[in-house]
Design a binder for this molecule. Structure first.
Ligand code: ZN
Length: 162
């Protein structure tokens, strides 16, 4: 019979469902699981949730540890340098002016860029060609030289502002 071949009754959700909606189980007579896929999934989840959770095996450095943490005064220094500059700056120039490590400046500029305070422009290859030596040193070193950063946020000394 076509009907019995296509459908199977699930005792848990009390519905007749397509055979495709049942997992395969070779030991059963019809080769299908007793319950439908949704029901067996729900049962497995309930069983998993009932068990106590094992603690994470990965090293936990504690809540104080944040590798992306930047001290606010450093970020403000980068912001002030870019804002005070008359023109666009290379990242290395920002680092030299702010007297910060270039990795710190990189992260600060990224955050300022995400906030829309700093705009980033790619230099044409011909202008950036002078840094061909740095490109082979470390990944990212050459790329860092290809961008200039300029202030695009609000200007503080606006006469209309109270
Ligand atoms: Zn079911």
């Amino acid at each position: 019979m076509l009907r019995t071949n296509l459908f199977k009754y699930c005792p848990r959700c009390e519905q007749s469902k397509l055979r495709a909606e049942f997992n395969k189980e070779a030991r059963n007579k019809d080769g299908l699981a007793r319950r439908c896929k949704l029901c067996s999934r729900a049962l497995h989840k309930a069983w998993r949730d009932s068990k106590p959770k094992a603690p994470h095996k990965t090293t936990d450095f504690g809540p104080w540890f944040d590798p992306w943490r930047i001290k606010p005064y450093r970020q403000n220094r980068v912001r002030d340098v870019v804002r005070a500059a008359s023109g666009p700056l290379l990242m290395s120039e920002v680092a030299a002016k702010a007297r910060l490590h270039i990795y710190t400046v990189n992260r600060c500029l990224l955050r300022l860029h995400e906030r829309g305070l700093v705009s980033r422009h790619k230099l044409p290859m011909r202008v950036a060609a002078f840094c061909w030596k740095t490109r082979t040193r470390k990944p990212g070193t050459g790329t860092r030289m290809l961008y200039v950063y300029s202030w695009s946020g609000p200007v503080e000394s606006s006469p209309n502002r109270p």
